[in-house]
Structure formats: structure tokens, C-alpha cells
Design a protein around this ligand. Structure first.
Ligand code: SF4
Length: 409
């Protein structure tokens, strides 16, 4: 089958079109949980039905467009106030296109080679489901400093209404190519989205796990269930689960998590399985998790012993002085409360919170969007909350409110 792949030479988006973009789409460098993210190319022809571009009005843009020249984008990235050489994890083209599309790929390599020539050793995450060749793996292997990880989105979906690329072997071939050439490049099978009714039968799970036999790590997760992508898929006749129970975070019910872990244990493969992207990426480079998930120990039950030791050795509970120093360095202010394994903050917003989290390699939580036990980073759909934890959070909230009420103006 033929998949539309877009042009080899990308057009620049007109000023008028830029002015009409959703601010999130227009943001070239922004902070996300997996790292500081560079996205100066937006638009994608691959037509995955659940695509997050539905949320920002960009889904109908099938031709990738440049928002600015790539050398300018690189300067924006390295001069961003939160960019720290060797520390800040970086993500390239993870929001609104696929970095290995023919027109996007030259820009991807320009960014990688420029950052590498500057001697930066930062993690760099590159998520794709497209074609990665031997020559491209050779080019990645020639990098000397950056710690690059390729994450291949593959979940065994076969319905072309959900994923047109599913009918081809493109992603599976890329995974095999990458796995057989990797030396210093991390290769992760990104098993997502796992959705009841789409790709959760035992056979499909066994097939995906087998596809991950030779990669460094498998990371699994659910999908963003929001009205925009659900309506699109339902209009195509696709059965979408979870009804109208829409949520800010990805959905992966506890029973589905348990079935994935059981399928992995039964598969006989030796590739480690992770619930968190940063855990799989860190493991691929023999580094501790840069998001400090060791502070949420329930996530670590499936992690290899050597990696658990790495995270345990790296973990330390920050003091107020540590946090104050990071806040001063980044120029942020927040009320905070240090608890074991995490620090509560308020009103920083994701952009700032993750910059602190990656600097301290420690969990930084937002009081107004609490994580719940056994549902870390997931929507509460399919999970029950612990009443004790809900009341503990209420107490912490009250503490914050009292502090805010009585602090000096
Ligand atoms: S020990 Fe826990 S935090 Fe560290 S990589 Fe494993 S799962 Fe992630």
C-alpha cells in the first residue's frame, strides 16, 4: 500500500497562517514531562486517527510546514532559559509531525549534528513510526556526545481507520533495522496506545512483545481520550471505549496494566518493560530515571534489579536549600512542601515544574493536579482512589491555602 509522506522540501508557513495558529502549535520550544521539546515543523500526512493534533486544530494540515529556519530553531532551543547543557532532556519533533518523514528528516539530522558538535551529552528523544534505514542508523551512530533514543510507536493496531500505516510493515521493519545497528543509540519500542477493543487481545500483545525482542526497552501506555479525537474516530465508524469519560491524562485502566505485565512475563522475551517513557530512555543509556520516578516506588516493581539500584543510588531527598537554589537559578517562585519522594508546588505550570524535576531528578507535583496512588500520570478512569490519600491531599491543600492566606504580600 502507498502511504502519503509529504514533500521533500518543506514550505515555510506564511505569517498570516502563523498568526492564526493555536498558541500551543505556535510554540517552537516548550517544556514537557519527557524534556524540552523543539517543534518548528508542524503538519503530518500519516493520519493516525487518535492524533493529539486534533486538540489544537492542526489535524487537517497534512503537509509539514516550517515555522522558522532550523538554525534559528536550534538557537531558540539552546538559549531557552531552562536549557542546561548535559542535563536537560530534549525531544525533537514530538508534537505535530514525524521526524523521519522525508521532508522533516534533513532538519532532524541538522539539529542532532549541530547539538552534537557543541559537545552536549543531553538525552535526546526522537519518536517515530516511519521508515528508519541502515544509512540513517549509521549517521546516528556517528554522533559522539548526545545520548539519542529512538522510540518506535508500535502497538499492533491493524485497523487502517485508526492508523493507516498499520497495514504496512514500515514500523516493524524500522524496529528491526534500528535494533540490529544500535550501539550507542537507544532503541525503545513505544507500545502505545493500548486501547480495549483495538489491540488488547492476548495474540496482539504477544505479537507486539515479540517485535520488541531485540530493542533496549519497551514502554507501554494508554491514549489521550478527548472529544476531538473520539468524535473523529466515531465518525469513521471506529468503536471508541471509555464513553464520554474524557480526561486530561492518558487512560490506562488498572486491569489493562495488569494484563500487559502478565503478557510480558509470559512472553519469554528478556527486554525490560517500563511504564514511563523516561525510565525506558534512561535504562537504554544505563542512566537513572531523570524524572525521579523512584519516588513513586509502585512504578518500579517490573524494573530490572540493576536499574533499580541505579535509581536508588541516584535518589536523594532535596532539602529546602536545594530547591531554593534551583528556583533561584531558573527564576521561579512557588510555595512548596517537601514530602518523601516528591515535592508539592503550586501554580508553577508544567513548563516550569518539569524544568525543576529534570534538574533535581525528583518528582515535582502540582497541588491542583494531584497524582493518585497506582494511577501515576494516568487519568482516574479505571482506577479507584484511596480515601486516605484523598484526605491527605485535602490536608496538604489546606496547608497551602493557609500559607497563601497568611504570607506577606
Ligand atoms: S527503578 Fe523505577 S524509576 Fe528507576 S527506571 Fe526503574 S521504574 Fe523507573
Amino acid at each position: 500500500m502507498t502511504i502519503a509522506v509529504g514533500p521533500r522540501l518543506l514550505p515555510m508557513l506564511s505569517d498570516q497562517a502563523k498568526a492564526n495558529l493555536d498558541p500551543y502549535m505556535a510554540l517552537i520550544v516548550g517544556y514537557r514531562k519527557s524534556g524540552l521539546s523543539l517543534n518548528h515543523i508542524i503538519g503530518c500526512p500519516l493520519d493516525c486517527g487518535y492524533c493529539v493534533r486534533h486538540f489544537w486544530g492542526n489535524y487537517d494540515v497534512k503537509i509539514p510546514h516550517l515555522l522558522c529556519p532550523t538554525d534559528q530553531a536550534i538557537e531558540q532551543l539552546v538559549t531557552h532559559h531552562a536549557f542546561q547543557p548535559h542535563v536537560t532532556p530534549i525531544q525533537l519533533f514530538n508534537k505535530a509531525t514525524d521526524p523521519f518523514l522525508p521532508g522533516v528528516k534533513p532538519h532532524l539530522f541538522q539539529v542532532l549534528q549541530t547539538l552534537d558538535q557543541r559537545g552536549f551529552t543531553n538525552h535526546v528523544l526522537v519518536i517515530t513510526r516511519f521508515k528508519v534505514t541502515t544509512a540513517e542508523m549509521t549517521a546516528l551512530e556517528q554522533l559522539r556526545h548526545l545520548r539519542v533514543t529512538l522510540l518506535f510507536t508500535y502497538s499492533g493496531i491493524t485497523d487502517p481507520r485508526i492508523e493507516p500505516i498499520a497495514k504496512s510493515n514500515t514500523t516493524l521493519t524500522s524496529i528491526r533495522t534500528a535494533a540490529s545497528h544500535k550501539q550507542r543509540t537507544g532503541v525503545v519500542l513505544y507500545w502505545r496506545p493500548i486501547v480495549p477493543g483495538w489491540n488488547d487481545t492476548p495474540d496482539t500483545m504477544a505479537h507486539v512483545l515479540d517485535a520488541g525482542r531485540d530493542v533496549d526497552a519497551i514502554v507501554f501506555t494508554g491514549y489521550y481520550h478527548k472529544p476531538e479525537n473520539a468524535d473523529h474516530l466515531r465518525n469513521l465508524g471506529v468503536a471508541v471505549p471509555y464513553a464520554h469519560d474524557y480526561a486530561r491524562r492518558k487512560v490506562l485502566p488498572a486491569d489493562l496494566d495488569a494484563r500487559v505485565v502478565a503478557a510480558w512475563r509470559a512472553s519469554g522475551i528478556t527486554t525490560p518493560l517500563f511504564r514511563k517513557t523516561s525510565c525506558g530512555v534512561a535504562y537504554a543509556h544505563a542512566a537513572p530515571d531523570y524524572n525521579g520516578h523512584w519516588g513513586v516506588r509502585e512504578l518500579c516493581d517490573i524494573c530490572p534489579t540493576a536499574q533499580r539500584q541505579r535509581c536508588a543510588d541516584d535518589h536523594h531527598e532535596p532539602t529546602s536549600a536545594d530547591l531554593d537554589a534551583v528556583l533561584a537559578h531558573l527564576g521561579y517562585t512557588t510555595d512548596y512542601l517537601i514530602e518523601e519522594g516528591h515535592i508539592w508546588t503550586r501554580g508553577l505550570g508544567e513548563q516550569h515544574r518539569y524544568a525543576i524535576q529534570h534538574t533535581l531528578r525528583h518528582q515535582i507535583w502540582e497541588l491542583d493536579q494531584p497524582h493518585y496512588l497506582h494511577a501515576h500520570g494516568r487519568s482516574l478512569n479505571g482506577h479507584t482512589t484511596d480515601p486516605d490519600q484523598v484526605s491527605a491531599i485535602a490536608e496538604i491543600r489546606e496547608h497551602f491555602e493557609n500559607t497563601a492566606r497568611y504570607e506577606d504580600d
